[in-house]
Write a protein that binds this ligand. Structure first.
Ligand SMILES: Nc1nc2c(c(=O)[nH]1)N[C@H]1C(S)=C(S)[C@@H](COP(=O)(O)O)O[C@H]1N2
Ligand SMILES: [Mo]
Length: 160
């Protein structure tokens, strides 16, 4: 096969991208290789699935907190109370989604070491897209795979 044909085949399977949007000074689109730019953490986790029982996996990737902090959320970092209004919505390719509070992953509050995983059991997630890893969760339902969008929203409470 010619070089150009091989290249065309590779290009035909687009690399997954995560759209970072919302109340951010620096919104962006990130591929899994882009996520290697942050310090990588590892997590050996087990979680229970309501339908398939207990699963154990090893994940690596950057902290969600680090990636979102670099995108400059629209709060004053010096004012801790300002951060408490912020929510993080994470969406998978199949539409499965969940919400986290900013405070849940903030080192001044919940300090949950939530990852945007780029490997699952030593396999890269370049094509599938990153997976949300929440070592503190007993249940697997928030381990969203094939993440396509992460939206940060500081509009809560809506009645303020
Ligand atoms: N995108 C996406 N991620 C998902 C789900 C899903 O339906 N869609 N299911 C969740 C649930 S309920 C569990 S238990 C874990 C592990 O699911 P698996 O056994 O299908 O891998 O993935 C989570 N991540
Ligand atoms: Mo599940």
């Amino acid at each position: 096969m010619s070089q150009s044909l091989a290249g065309a085949r590779t290009a035909a399977v687009p690399m997954a991208e995560v759209v970072l949007s919302g109340d951010l000074g620096r919104p962006s689109r990130l591929t899994v290789p882009d996520l290697l730019a942050w310090p990588q953490c590892g997590a050996e986790v087990s979680f229970e699935c309501a339908t398939s029982g207990v699963q154990r996996h090893r994940f690596t990737g950057p902290l969600l907190y680090d990636v979102l902090s670099a995108a400059e959320p629209g709060f004053d970092p010096a004012r801790r109370k300002d951060r408490l209004r912020f929510l993080i919505a994470v969406t998978g390719a199949d539409g499965h989604h969940t919400l986290l509070s900013w405070a849940e992953i903030d080192p001044d509050f919940g300090r949950a070491p939530v990852l945007l995983a780029v490997t699952l059991d030593d396999n890269p997630l370049d094509r599938a897209g990153p997976q949300l890893v929440l070592p503190q969760d007993r249940c697997g339902a928030r381990y969203i795979s094939g993440i396509t969008a992460v939206r940060v929203d500081g509009g809560y409470p809506a009645w303020a």
